[in-house]
Design a protein around this ligand. Structure first.
Ligand code: ZN
Ligand code: ZN
Length: 371
């Protein structure tokens, strides 16, 4: 919050500067600037010159000036009056004494302060499912990728016209975007109906020569490089939001790109459920009967020693605490569950068969061997 005295100072300055400066120049724009250009310029400049941030001499005046320029140029009606008749026209429009909006209200309403007023449409969000290997989910990673999206054409800055001179006020509607037609409903009695101008689609302007770069489409396709930062243990379905990276258009403020992260299911390998990890280990009948010591290479390459004394039943699950997935945003790890699968040899040599027989049945085994 600003001290009241500063408010007072700003309002005094306000009256002085606004009369003097061209509103387009204040926003560093040309007369053909689109609605989107105006918003973008205000967004950039108002942040730059906000008195909370910028203590340079002159920044305050600039902030006030920018707010006033935005307030007028973002309002179709006021902009049209300003374009034709300048500040004097605006004053006349307001009934002699022009009502200036509080520059801080303009700022907070723009940045979501809930001032009401008209809200710019937001473009659609784009959602992408991204499959990430478990190893990357375990250690964390930076993954480079590209998204194809529409960006405003550089050449025409989203106007679709070859130059500012090629944007003409629509003759059919005189720039209002609406057509008023009179219909006779009774002899001598007329009704007025208002409809969107079909010549200009309600824009009030027509383009006589299309932009050669985008063929009048206003946007061009662009392949944008991006980086997705995977934090260790990122949960399945976690959404990484790239704000304002969606398709651009002069008709809206770009939406977000949402990357929904999923763990890749790798066949026969590691499986994950939340912070738990699962691994299926295959052991021989000898290991199952006599016990074993094995090395398991974990997702990041470190070795986990698996050992079991005595008999291991097929399907036995061993819990190894703290060797699961990292807990997202915290310290520590979940558990690792090892399920043992016992394989029997395909064939026993006669020597082995004899020895096993003796082991199981003692001397009584002799004779059965001939069967
Ligand atoms: Zn263009
Ligand atoms: Zn028109």
């Amino acid at each position: 919050m600003l001290p009241t005295s500063l408010f007072a100072v700003l309002f005094v300055l306000f009256g002085l500067v606004c009369a003097a400066t061209d509103l387009y120049k204040a926003l560093e724009l040309s007369r053909g600037a689109s609605e989107q250009d105006i918003r973008k310029a205000y967004k950039r400049l108002s942040r730059k010159y906000h008195p909370d941030k910028n203590k340079d001499p002159g920044a305050e005046e600039k902030f006030v000036e920018i707010a006033h320029a935005y307030e007028v140029l973002s309002d179709e009606n006021k902009r049209r009056i300003y374009d034709q008749f300048g500040e004097d026209g605006l004053r006349a429009h307001e009934g002699g004494h022009q009502q200036y909006a509080n520059p801080f209200d303009v700022f907070s309403s723009f940045f979501g302060g809930g001032f009401g007023g008209q809200q710019t449409r937001r473009g659609p969000n784009s959602i992408f499912e991204v499959e990430v290997s478990l190893a990357d989910m375990y250690t964390g990673a930076s993954l480079d990728f590209t998204i194809k999206k529409n960006v405003l054409c550089d050449y025409c800055r989203g106007s679709g016209a070859a130059s500012d001179r090629d944007i003409h006020t629509c003759r059919a509607c005189g720039g209002t975007g609406v057509k008023i037609s009179k219909q006779q409903i009774f002899p001598g009695m007329f009704a007025q109906t208002q409809s969107t101008c079909n010549e200009c689609g309600g824009r009030g302007t027509v383009i006589v020569k299309k932009c050669p770069h985008c063929s009048g489409q206003k946007v061009v396709e662009y392949t944008q490089p991006n980086t997705l930062d995977i934090q260790p243990g990122m949960p399945d379905g976690h959404e990484v939001v790239l704000e304002g990276e969606g398709d651009e258009s002069p008709d809206w403020e770009a939406g977000d790109v949402i990357l929904r992260v999923r763990s890749k299911q790798e066949q026969g390998g590691w499986r994950r459920k939340e912070t738990s990890l699962y691994w299926r280990e295959t052991i021989g009948v000898d290991e199952a009967l006599l016990g074993f010591k094995l090395n398991l290479t974990h997702l990041d390459g470190h070795i986990v020693e698996l050992h079991h004394k005595g008999v291991t039943q097929p399907g036995y699950v061993q819990v190894i605490e703290g060797e699961g997935m990292p807990v997202f945003g915290q310290s520590g790890h979940g558990n690792l569950y090892i399920e043992y699968n016992v394989v029997l040899p395909v064939d026993l040599g006669s020597d082995m068969r004899k020895k096993l027989g003796e082991a199981f049945y003692g001397s009584a085994y002799h004779g059965r061997d001939e069967l």
